[in-house]
Design a protein around this ligand. Structure first.
Ligand SMILES: Cc1cc2nc3c(=O)[nH]c(=O)nc-3n(C[C@H](O)[C@H](O)[C@H](O)COP(=O)(O)OP(=O)(O)OC[C@H]3O[C@@H](n4cnc5c(N)ncnc54)[C@H](O)[C@@H]3O)c2cc1C
Length: 388
């Protein structure tokens, strides 16, 4: 495979890179310290059309493809993973399920503001007993006349508590069916819960190791009533639909990790050329040079992996295992590059104001979010015909 980008994609990548360098990077440390999502930056990303990138123009999108979205996410993550994940989750978990499974009414109501970046949407799957094993969902929704009544709680939901969050799509058990072998299977469905619905509470933001600027909350739903037509997609297809969204989302997540690995490389390379110790630039020591060479090799491998998975997706080819490979390789590349970059910076790599230190804290979640490393290994092993 030769990974080629067309002129439009190259231009988009450069535009987002310039935006990241001129607008996002200078403010990244301040927002990280204040632990708040900068809505003014999200608004500018909306004006650049980033939230509408992979959607058709006739619904308010930019008419580009999934590769373009990933390029934008990668370019942002070079300087700020939190801003990049706000876009990645906003599109992949927030908009895509509504675009793909929403009724015409749902799309007309929610998509215009989401595609323009004036609003954010979230997806709440994870619960205390349902993370890697999402089938462990305990949140329930029962039909009472023409309303769903929802009870339960969700954990770690990205973009769920910002002032511009318009909705959270949650998964809930809406019934159960008995299989031919007598075992009982939960029926999981997706339901749109608009922000501010009585009984729907957004808990305090988590005190996270990294991604300080990204918005993450626990949610509780107590007797929450929403109209029956808030069901998203077919009843009982919530889990399957979410898995499909996750498969796609992993590619953008891998692009995010690649951007982080690239950001670490760029910072460390610059510093290795500048920093003089024992009378010469530290990059002239073979060990440091080899470390940087390995970092470059990781970035290159991670980028090829997500390009391949994204190209498969846009060309309608199977991409599940390739998306998991990209996520696995990308997360590991980001973690390793963050560690190596911090080492090259010596004591200065341990200061929070140093972007490399932020990448060091931020990158850990790249091995956990949207499916842990072990979950990716399970998917890859299954593609080899193994019962993992
Ligand atoms: C910052 C952040 C943002 C998030 N955003 C969202 C969001 O927007 N929406 C959402 O729904 N969720 C979100 N999540 C949740 C995230 O997807 C889960 O944390 C993740 O899927 C892991 O689930 P868990 O934390 O319950 O870990 P567990 O599933 O409890 O796993 C614990 C450990 O056991 C390992 N493990 C489990 N089973 C096996 C097995 N069979 N074999 C080998 N190892 C195994 C796991 O890999 C992991 O290392 C977010 C999490 C964080 C921290």
């Amino acid at each position: 495979m030769i990974a080629e980008l067309d002129d439009e994609q190259l231009k988009l990548s450069q535009v987002v890179r310039d935006f990241a360098d001129s607008v996002v990077a200078p403010a990244a440390y301040r927002y990280d310290t204040e632990r708040r999502l900068p809505l003014e930056i999200i608004a500018q990303m909306g004006e650049l059309g980033l939230f509408g990138l992979p959607f058709p123009r006739d619904i308010g999108g930019q008419g580009k493809d999934y590769v373009s979205l990933c390029l934008a996410v990668e370019a942002l993550a070079r300087v700020d993973q939190s801003i990049a994940v706000t876009l990645e989750a906003g599109v992949g978990l927030g908009i895509v399920p509504i675009y793909r499974h929403g009724s015409r009414e749902q799309q007309e109501r929610w998509l215009p503001d989401l595609l323009a970046g004036r609003a954010l949407a979230a997806f709440g799957l994870t619960e205390a007993q349902a993370g890697s094993d999402a089938g462990g969902t305990r949140t329930t929704a029962r039909l009472d006349g023409d309303e769903w009544v929802i009870d339960g709680s969700k954990q770690f939901i990205t973009n769920s508590g910002t002032p511009i969050t318009s909705l959270v799509t949650i998964t809930a058990v809406t019934g159960e069916s008995t299989r031919p072998d007598g075992s009982v299977r939960k029926e999981l469905s997706s339901i749109i819960v608009p922000s501010g619905t009585p009984g729907f509470e957004v808990g305090p933001a988590y005190d996270k190791v990294g991604w300080h600027t990204s918005d993450t909350h626990p949610l509780t739903l107590t007797g929450v009533r929403v109209p029956a037509e808030n069901l998203l997609g077919e009843r009982g297809r919530g889990y399957a639909n979410f898995l499909r969204a996750l498969d796609e989302g992993r590619i953008a997540f891998a692009a995010l990790a690649t951007g982080a690995a690239q950001g670490c490389l760029e910072e460390a390379l610059r510093y290795a050329k500048e920093r003089v110790v024992f009378g010469r630039a530290i990059g002239e020591n073979q060990h440091v040079a080899f470390t940087l060479a390995r970092m470059q090799a990781r970035v290159h491998t991670a980028r090829l992996a997500w390009y391949d998975a994204a190209q498969r997706l846009v060309h309608g080819k199977p991409f599940k295992a390739e998306a998991s490979i990209a996520k696995l390789v990308g997360g590991e590349a980001a973690m390793a590059n963050a560690r190596d970059a911090s080492q090259i910076f010596g004591g200065y790599g341990f200061l929070n104001e140093n972007p490399v230190a932020r990448h060091y804290r931020d990158s850990k979640i790249l091995e956990v979010g949207e499916g842990t490393t072990e979950v990716q290994l399970m998917i890859i092993a299954r593609s080899l015909g193994l019962d993992a």
